[in-house]
Design a protein around this ligand. Structure first.
Ligand SMILES: [Zn+2]
Length: 455
């Protein structure tokens, strides 16, 4: 039995699937205008472990995580930098995938982009207007919040509090200042699509309602995201989906992870304590960052200090020593599994991992084996120990200045690596990748080939 804290109801509840043969989970993904920071990395890792647990416990799991590639922040960034929107989003998605790769994330089953689903959004908005939940004023379509009686249920707020909390613009086309945007007009210099309300673009919230409906149906099991998304984003998603689809719930379980603080302070771009994942990955192995992110309970705030990453790295080295020479053979450790099943208690699972490592380093083969068998569910210790010690974070500092390798040579090496992989010479393929990494070149494998970038 899996238990999880449901923000809808504010309690730890037994997870009862709608259909135990097929679990459906949606997690809000990034808005692609900038490199992701350590606060964005936390949900990526938390929900990755949760999905691994679900995949272990159920026959079939569909995991959807969207990409928001139409947004005012993107438009603003494009104007500031002079980089065309298409290029900006493409590059940011590429960086995002590379960060996910280094954080040892499994890829979602679907990763829909908002701009590929404008029609679905328009259709849903049409339904909302027809059912009188939305109204159009001169090219703006607004959701009529006081028509939805459950509005505020997730965030536990009254309508008055939400009006104050949202700091909404008082626009004269709004019937009620808490009404939120489903569609808005676009000037010719901004991205826009033809719609029954003129050329325009969607509001942020509607994409998750439209895309979760397309990939998971009108109602599904779990919706996840960071705690900062509860209001207004998730509250608005629920309002749109329940009213358009005529369901009582959009998702049965709403799961939210806590904030990341940096040196005890809330992370902010303006506060100069804003750390991107790609910055960290130049100095630390992604697995160490992942391990660090799992050390606190997912709902608790997590404090980041650089020293903690060094600690995570040496802890991982100890665990890798304990599983040296072992491959996965059999089921994960029951105590680790049960800790995860109990509201995703990763600190307890990690404490148990340390205990098993200690026993293994004292000579218990069985303990080492149980630890190695638990690697898949935690997403750590999946490499060979030999590889970990060769690539360990300390070595990431060395020879990164030596990046005078030409693009032509890099492409040539990528080609050689592909051939090595084809002929199943994985050792050579890894060697090529590692050698390039030491020269500051990061390879990113995608379905349609391998890209590279300088670190
Ligand atoms: Zn969302």
């Amino acid at each position: 039995m899996i238990k999880i804290f449901n923000s809808l109801g504010k309690s730890v509840q037994e997870f009862i699937p709608m259909d135990k043969r097929h679990i459906k989970i949606y997690v809000c993904g990034p808005t692609v205008y900038d490199k992701i920071h350590i606060g964005n990395a936390r949900p990526l890792v938390v929900f990755d472990v949760f999905v691994r647990l679900l995949k272990k416990s159920f026959e079939k799991v569909t995991y959807v995580r969207n990409i928001t590639d139409v947004d005012d922040k993107i438009n603003k960034k494009s104007i500031e930098t002079g980089i065309p929107i298409n290029e900006l989003t493409k590059q940011t998605i590429k960086n995002f995938h590379s960060d996910c790769f280094y954080l040892k994330n499994i890829h979602p089953d679907f990763e829909p982009k908002a701009t590929d689903h404008i029609n679905e959004m328009i259709e849903m908005i049409k339904v909302l207007i027809k059912k009188n939940f939305a109204y159009e004023v001169s090219g703006n379509v607004m959701f009529r919040v006081n028509k939805f009686h459950d509005y505020g249920l997730l965030s536990n707020r009254t309508l008055d509090e939400m009006i104050a909390g949202a700091r909404v613009d008082v626009a004269d086309y709004k019937e009620n200042s808490a009404d939120f945007t489903l569609w808005k007009p676009s000037s010719i210099d901004l991205p826009g699509w033809e719609s029954p309300w003129g050329r325009g673009r969607p509001g942020w919230h509607i994409e998750c309602s439209a895309m979760s409906k397309k990939y998971l149906g009108d109602e599904f099991d779990i919706h996840g995201g960071g705690i900062d998304l509860v209001f207004p984003h998730h509250e608005n998603e629920i309002a749109q989906s329940c009213c358009a689809n005529e369901t009582l719930k959009m998702a049965r379980y709403w799961v939210h992870n806590g904030y990341v603080n940096i040196d005890e302070k809330k992370m902010s771009k303006s506060g100069n304590n804003f750390i991107t994942i790609s910055d960290l990955l130049q100095k630390f192995n992604g697995e160490a960052l992942r391990f660090f992110l799992l050390q606190a309970h997912y709902r608790a705030p997590l404090n980041y200090k650089k020293a903690y990453l060094n600690d995570a790295n040496s802890s991982l080295s100890r665990l890798y020593r304990a599983v040296d020479g072992l491959g996965v053979e059999g089921e994960p450790d029951e105590e680790i599994l049960n800790s995860l099943k109990n509201d995703l208690n990763t600190p307890k699972a990690i404490a148990r991992a340390h205990y098993l490592a200690e026993s293994a380093n004292k000579g218990s083969k069985e303990a080492g084996q149980l630890l190695k068998n638990s690697s898949k569910i935690l997403g750590i210790l999946e490499n060979d120990s030999e590889k970990w010690f060769k690539e360990g974070a300390n070595q990431f500092f060395s020879s990164t200045n030596d990046n005078d390798i030409s693009p032509k040579d890099i492409e040539e090496l990528i080609k050689n690596r592909l051939e090595a992989k084809k002929s199943k010479n994985y050792r050579l393929a890894d060697q090529i990748r590692n050698n390039l990494f030491k020269k500051g070149i990061i390879l990113e494998d995608h379905v349609d080939g391998t890209n590279w970038r300088r670190s």
